[in-house]
Design a binder for this molecule. Structure first.
Ligand SMILES: [Fe+2]
Ligand SMILES: [Fe+2]
Length: 154
């Protein structure tokens, strides 16, 4: 049986949360290992891309205009935090700054992800046609984030 879109998308949320959690626990122990945070940031950018490119357009066509408006605004906020994280990691990273940015990202995701999981993803299972669902699944499995892409409200 094919896995539902909502299940696959929620798993991406959890995988990203896990990487951030791994990062913040090593940070709490006093050492900086940027690898999990870099993985989380890259995975989140790709996740935002696939939502804005493959998920939101058919949901908007199905009438979910207001919730998508809110999600796009929150993606913009997440994107700015990701930019700040990338900037911090590119220079000599500082524990306090990374702690602050990590917390900011966690709080933003705690507001954002439940709304998608409760409102948008169940609608995706109900309303997205087979063709759009196939495109989304194809990207989830093997699609690459296009270099230089930024989200609509970045
Ligand atoms: Fe999102
Ligand atoms: Fe999401």
């Amino acid at each position: 049986m094919t896995e539902s879109l909502s299940t696959a998308l929620e798993r991406e949320h959890h995988d990203i949360d896990d990487e951030i959690q791994t990062f913040t626990s090593t940070l709490a122990a006093g050492s900086i290992d940027p690898a999990p945070l870099r993985r989380a940031a890259a995975a989140l950018r790709r996740h935002i891309y696939l939502e804005e490119e493959f998920l939101f357009p058919p949901l908007r066509d199905a009438g979910l205009v207001a919730p998508i408006f809110v999600m796009l605004r929150e993606h913009g906020q997440l994107w700015r935090t990701l930019d700040a994280i990338d900037l911090e990691l590119a220079v000599d990273p500082d524990v306090t700054t990374l702690q602050k940015l990590g917390r900011e990202l966690v709080v933003q995701l705690q507001h954002h992800n439940p709304k998608e999981e409760q409102i948008l993803y169940p609608q995706a299972d109900l309303t997205i046609d087979d063709e759009a669902a196939e495109r989304l699944r194809g990207f989830l499995e093997s699609g690459a984030f296009p270099e230089g892409w930024t989200c609509e409200r970045a």
